[in-house]
Each structure stands twice: as C-alpha cells, then as structure tokens.
Design a protein around this ligand. Structure first.
Ligand code: ADP
Ligand code: NA
Length: 329
C-alpha cells in the first residue's frame, strides 16, 4: 500500500481569487488537516509560459505564499515551496516529454484556449502540461486536488505514469484528481460568466481577489454582469450571471442554491448583489488581514520557502535517482 501523498500547485501570477480558493486552496487545507504528506508548489516555472516582469514575479511568489498561509496552509503540516528551486522538475519534464506525442498535447483544451489568442505560441505553453505531470510524479503523489479545468491534465499525468511504469518498471503511483462538486466549483468570471474566473483575465473586475478591500468587493459585485430579469433564480444554463453569484454565495455559506433563492425571493438582482458583497466581505476580512500581516514580514516568508524547498528537494531527489537508474542515465 502506498500512503496518501497530496500534491498541487498554484501560479504566482498575482493575487489569489475566489476560483483558486474554492477550486483548490480550500480543499488543500482540508486535506492537510486529514494527515499524510501534503505538498504545495508555487509554480513560477509555469507562470513564465507567458511574459512576466521579474520584480513583480518575485513579489508575487511571496504574495501567494502569504495568501496560502492566511487561508490555512500551515508550514508545519505542509510543504510549501517554489518550483524553480527544485531543478528535478525540469529534468523529469524532459524525460516525460520524450514519452508523449505532439498530437496528444495539441488536443488539450487549455492549450487550445491560451494559444488561440497568440500569433506566436511559445514552446513552453505547449510543454506546460508535461511540466505539470513532472510536478506531480516527482513527489509520487497519489492525490491531486485541482479545479475542474485541470482534469484533462491529470489524465495526461495518469497516462505518463502508466507509460513510464510499463516501459521501465513500477515507479509512479497513478495519481487521482480530487475535484470538488463541479456544479458549484467552477467559479465564473463576473463580467463574462461563460468563462471561468481567472488570474489571466485582463479585466480585473472579472474576479474577486482574496485581498480585495470591502469597497472593491462591493464595486465588483455591483458591476457583475446579470440579465434583464430581476428575480433571483438558479439557472446556470439560461441565467449564468445571477447563477454564478448564487453559486459563490452558496460556496461561502454552505447554503443550497435553491434555499438561497427562496430566502431572497422578494428582492431584485440589484439588491441581491449587495447581499452577496456583504457575505464575501465578512468572510474575506480575516484572510485579508492575515495576508497583510504576513506581507509585512518578507524575511519570515522567505524562510518558510527556504525550508519548504529543502524538504521538496530531498523528496524529488529520491524519485529522480530512481528514475535515472531505470532509464539508464
Ligand atoms: P488561474 O487559472 O487563475 O491562472 P491557476 O492556473 O494558478 O489559476 O490555478 C490554480 C488552481 O485554481 C487550479 O487547481 C485551478 O484548477 C483552480 N482554479 C483556477 N480558476 C478556477 C475557477 N474559476 N474555478 C475553480 N477552480 C479554479
Ligand atoms: Na489554470
């Protein structure tokens, strides 16, 4: 029996938003508190698949670290580390890249989506899912808590683990995706609810960041796109905007969408936006305050990352030594 080992990653491309929180980080905290190894990587190598300003990137690594701790990731219970500090990620990526095909990578929906808007597609963007597989397999992870948008990438990791095991002998457990309830877990953009809420969206009003001030939260909720109907009804297919607000409300309070609709049957969408803003403001206040406190102490955050990278490196090295022997390096 392999014991449970949880791995997941998050990009340091700015503040965390509600999608990251409900799609990933909240689950991470739950799994951390169940015991077993939990390993969380700030995947800076992934973020340079699109251009990044070096100073901003460095600061964002600290910001994401602070956010994760503020959300309940405990550096005593989990390993938090910076991907680029563990060189084995790139080494294993190369090996795995040699076990897959260009056709397979070209089919992945996230690549299609991200490359569609670019004239010149960086090779890194294409290879990104393979690096993600390396991230997971390097720690011989058994469970990978991710948002619904990552399921296909997890299937690639399963495929590559099997392909490697078949060719070179059993080395990697087959990792399993841990995905939340897909009805509510895909948090949508507030401005275009046909898209997911994302850090890479140029319209910052499309997402609520965990560190947004109460005023900004209110403003973004008020500017959220809804339709010309004023009733509060949960119909994700036909009324994506108001349904997204109800989903978010439901994620914060644990109330079922249908109960929320009953409770607010006598107000219109304009007033309902104020209700949702209020719920978000109250919930995020302590997270924002803890993040600000942590950001005031960058040396502490650097020390956490140092420690985490040391632990990650020693686990990664163990796997890598095994891999290189098996492939004849
Ligand atoms: P982004 O897509 O905003 O750049 P990342 O790629 O860093 O965020 O994703 C970090 C984690 O957050 C992943 O597990 C991803 O599945 C999850 N996630 C991101 N956006 C959403 C969303 N809108 N709804 C649910 N989960 C999400
Ligand atoms: Na993503």
């Amino acid at each position: 029996v392999t014991s449970r080992r949880v791995f997941s990653g998050i990009q340091p491309t700015g503040s965390l938003h509600l999608g990251n929180y409900f799609g990933a980080v909240q689950k991470w905290v739950e799994l951390q508190n169940l015991g077993g190894d939990t390993i969380f990587s700030i995947v800076d190598m992934h973020s340079i698949t699109l251009p990044q300003d070096p100073n901003v990137l460095q600061n964002n690594v600290l910001k994401v670290t602070a956010s994760l701790i503020a959300c309940g990731i405990d550096p005593e219970k989990s390993v938090i580390f910076q991907q680029s500090k563990v060189s084995q990620h790139a080494e294993l990526c190369w090996v795995l890249g040699c076990l897959t095909t260009m056709a397979r990578l070209a089919h992945l929906p996230q690549f299609k989506e991200k490359s569609a808007t670019l004239k010149e597609v960086p090779l890194g963007l294409y290879l990104y899912p393979v690096l993600q597989c390396a991230d997971i397999l390097l720690y011989r992870a058994t469970e990978v808590p991710v948002g619904e948008d990552q399921v296909q990438h997890l299937q690639l990791a399963q495929h590559l683990a099997k392909a490697f095991n078949n060719r070179f002998g059993y080395t990697f457990p087959i990792p399993r995706a841990v995905v939340g309830d897909t009805n509510v877990c895909r948090v949508k953009s507030l401005r275009d609810p046909s898209k997911k809420m994302s850090k890479s969206d140029v319209d910052s009003k499309s997402r609520i960041d965990l560190c947004d001030s109460p005023e900004i939260i209110l403003d973004k909720c008020q500017k959220a796109l809804t339709d010309f109907q004023s009733a509060i009804t949960f119909e994700p297919e036909h009324r994506a905007g108001v349904s997204n607000l109800i989903s978010i409300h439901s994620l914060f309070t644990g109330q079922e969408p249908c109960n929320i609709c009953k409770e607010y049957s006598d107000i219109d969408t304009g007033k309902y936006k104020l209700v949702v803003a209020n719920v978000i403001q109250d919930y995020l206040k302590p997270i924002r305050e803890r993040t600000e406190k942590l950001m005031a102490d960058p040396l502490y955050l650097q020390e956490i990352l140092e420690q985490g990278s040391r632990k990650a490196r020693s686990m990664a090295e163990e796997t890598w030594q095994d891999v290189r022997k098996r492939i004849g390096f």
